[in-house]
Design a protein around this ligand. Structure first.
Ligand SMILES: Nc1nc2c(ncn2[C@@H]2O[C@H](COP(=O)(O)OP(=O)(O)OP(=O)(O)O)[C@@H](O)[C@H]2O)c(=O)[nH]1
Ligand SMILES: [Mg+2]
Length: 682
């Protein structure tokens, strides 16, 4: 690969619904630019981009993949992101490293959920976007419908065709450029006059294009409104401004497998994707916010946006340099840890291929290997000039499974393997939940977690079983109650004697408290720690249903001891048992975790979401309008939303997204207590 300056680099994220053809398109562009001699196929697991075993097994992209193509004087880093919703973390990382998005849309299905979610992200981030309507060779391909479905669903009229197709399905043979009003035919994109039967359609479509160009520039709109014809260069200029300002979304078309329309697409990436030095990113230095320009002489700032733990290569950190340059053998600091490391291994990357690199300049993407304790989200900078790049935020996990090692051998490896899969993915987490004594793996959905479990087995040699996680209930009391317990063992040999009178009370402030109201020395001071030890041995495992006890105060108010047989173990036993008795008499209840759920859905699903919450013991807190979507906020018990990701997808045909956040604990309604198998509850 040749050497490229910052201004010769383009970073573009390929986004869109699963199966629209993003990976195949990267393969086709590699083939078109001569980087590969033969096109691989997703179905055979032979593409450059989908190189992971799990991707081959499932036939979809799971990781983002960096695919640089060399085109004319440019290096275009294509970042192929997965379309499946669970892998949203990869989409966020891809967009972080790119200046623009290439939205791939299927010519038969038009705008799909994945298109909508990706478009919303680009709109939110104010990143320019280009649409490629792919699979024009398929039966029922319809470019006009695809464009219209995007305008309607995305509520954006400035989605403007820059081309129209010539033919569709098996007769698809090329495109008409509405800027130059010329046809480009076949995989070579051979220039030709517009076929007669497309002339009228092209002229009509060009009106919309010229209008959009005029509206993007004050001078042009004046000229346009005065009825003057804009020159091709003026149209180009208007479009250039409009696309880069996110006011216009150009639409191209073609077929990745057929190789048609790709030349024009590459030209559009060259023209409309901003060079890294046309954009700055927010960072921080000495606690204050700074803007980092993509200048090779600026302060060194390389952000790690992806980490892969490879069995052979070890840790691979994908780095996008936002300012300055990083050379091989340079000393760089990790802004998070403050540690300095030497860049011993610096590579350019294409799929799983790594090629040695001497220097990674501002604007470019590369891989560093074997850097200790460098994680996704870290900023690498010069030791003497610590700066950080502000990171995107990743959603909190939505779906959990309990994982348990299959064998003794696996149990030793489970912790490190969980750490590795979590390090590879900022939307994956794991936790040891003491309340339920389970290790829980959390992700964005069922498939996401399933992939992680497979990776633990394949990549890290750890087999785990999964199960539905238990809800981390808690136990507490709702009124004050007393009990007394005598522990007596005096049947020859070392005797044991202890009698404790104890009251438990609710502790609204939360937590646990122990107190004594014993006067007159009924129990020696030395035995109070024993009594408390006995009580504490119950707190973790609970009294009524095996869940941790919270928000109680235990007060010893009387008791008896024996001069010889009273000892630590006797008062521990008495403390434990009297606490259980008093607890059961104090109207104990189970507390369940209540989460705030925020669901964002297209307006037409709002009613379904609301009524569904009612069936989940939910309380709607409020609603908010967000362009053509409604945001519904509700509090819902965790036990009712364990499978919400799957349910919401089917309720909204995948168009609903949501977040969850723990809010508070609340008593479980008494009716439900029996189903929770808890005994002696009020
Ligand atoms: N007929 C036709 N099929 C295509 C074209 N492009 C891609 N495909 C097929 O569409 C299917 C999905 O292609 P992918 O490239 O995996 O799609 P993707 O967008 O990367 O999907 P995800 O990785 O799941 O997001 C594969 O079977 C491809 O062979 C095309 O232009 N025409
Ligand atoms: Mg793919």
């Amino acid at each position: 690969m040749a050497k490229y300056k910052t201004e010769q680099i383009r970073n573009v994220a390929l986004l869109g619904h699963g199966g629209a053809g993003k990976t195949t398109l990267t393969e086709a562009l590699l083939f078109k630019t001569g980087a590969i001699g033969r096109m691989g196929r997703v179905e055979d697991g032979s593409t450059v981009s989908d190189w992971d075993a799990e991707e081959h097994r499932r036939g979809i992209s799971i990781n983002l993949s960096v695919i640089p193509v060399e085109f004319e004087t440019l290096k275009i880093n294509l970042i192929d992101a997965p379309g499946y919703q669970d892998f949203v973390g990869e989409v966020i990382s891809s967009l972080f490293a790119a200046e623009a998005g290439l939205l791939v849309v299927d010519a038969v299905s038009g705008c799909q959920v994945g298109t909508e979610l990706a478009y919303d992200r680009l709109r939110e981030l104010q990143k320019p976007r280009i649409v490629f309507v792919n699979r024009m060779d398929r039966e029922n391909a319809n470019f006009t419908n695809a464009v219209q479905s995007m305008r309607t669903t995305l509520g954006d009229e400035k989605i403007v065709p820059f081309q129209i197709p010539i033919g569709a399905a098996e007769s698809f043979q090329g495109v008409v450029s509405l800027i130059e009003m010329k046809a480009y035919l076949g995989p070579e994109g051979k220039e030709a006059p517009i076929p007669a039967d497309y002339q009228a359609e092209a002229e009509e479509a060009r009106i919309t294009l010229v209008e959009a160009a005029a509206e993007a520039d004050d001078e042009l709109i004046l000229k346009y409104l005065e009825g003057e014809e804009l020159t091709i260069d003026e149209v180009r200029h208007g479009l250039h401004v409009g696309v880069k300002n996110c006011a216009i979304t150009p639409v191209y078309c073609g077929t990745a497998t057929g190789g048609i329309g790709l030349e024009r697409l590459m030209q559009s990436l060259r023209r409309y994707v901003p060079a890294p030095n046309e954009r700055s990113v927010t960072g921080a230095k000495d606690g204050s916010e700074i803007q980092l320009e993509s200048d090779r002489n600026g302060p060194v700032a390389g952000a790690v946006f992806k980490t892969i733990i490879d069995r052979y290569v070890g840790r691979m950190n994908y780095v996008r340099v936002f300012s300055g340059k990083i050379a091989r053998d340079a000393q760089i600091a990790n802004a998070r840890t403050g540690r300095t490391v030497r860049v011993a291994n610096l590579f350019s990357v294409r799929g799983k291929e790594l090629q040695n690199l001497d220097e990674l300049v501002a604007g470019d993407i590369g891989v560093m290997t074997k850097l200790e304790d460098v994680q996704t989200g870290d900023t690498l900078c010069a030791p003497e000039q610590v700066v950080t790049v502000t990171l995107p935020s990743y959603p909190r996990p939505l779906y959990s499974v309990a994982v348990a090692p299959v064998s003794q051998n696996d149990s030793a490896k489970m912790g490190p393997s969980l750490t590795s899969v979590a390090e590879e993915d900022p939307t994956l987490r794991y936790q040891n939940i003491s309340a339920t004594k389970q290790t829980v793996l959390q992700g964005m959905g069922e498939t996401h977690v399933d992939v992680a479990v497979h990776r633990m087995a394949q990549k890290f040699g750890t087999n785990v079983e999964t199960a539905a996680p238990k809800v981390p209930y808690q136990e507490t009391v709702t009124k004050s109650a007393s009990a007394q317990y005598r522990h007596k063992k005096q049947t020859g040999g070392a005797g044991q004697f202890a009698e404790v009178h104890l009251r438990v009370e609710p502790l609204p402030a939360g937590g646990y408290e122990f107190a004594s109201e014993v006067f007159g020395g009924a129990i020696s001071n030395s035995f109070f720690p024993s009594i408390e030890k006995g009580i504490k041995s119950v707190l973790d495992n609970g009294v009524i249903a095996g869940y941790p006890v919270v928000d109680v105060k235990a007060i010893v108010f009387d008791g008896k001891e024996h001069p010889v047989d009273s000892k630590d173990i006797a008062f521990q036993t008495a403390g434990r048992e009297v606490f259980k008795m008093a607890f059961k008499a104090a109207n104990p209840v189970l507390l369940e975790p209540i989460y705030i759920v925020e669901v964002t859905v297209p307006d037409e699903y709002m009613g379904d979401v609301m009524s569904d919450f009612n069936t989940r013991r939910g309380r709607v807190l409020g609603m908010e309008q967000k362009s053509n979507r409604t945001v519904v906020r509700a509090t819902v018990p965790l036990s009712e939303i364990m499978r919400y990701s799957t349910d919401l997808r089917s309720m909204t045909q995948g168009r609903g997204v949501y977040t969850i956040e723990f809010d508070h604990y609340e008593p479980v309604p008494s009716l439900l207590n029996s189903t929770l198998g808890s005994c002696g509850l009020s």
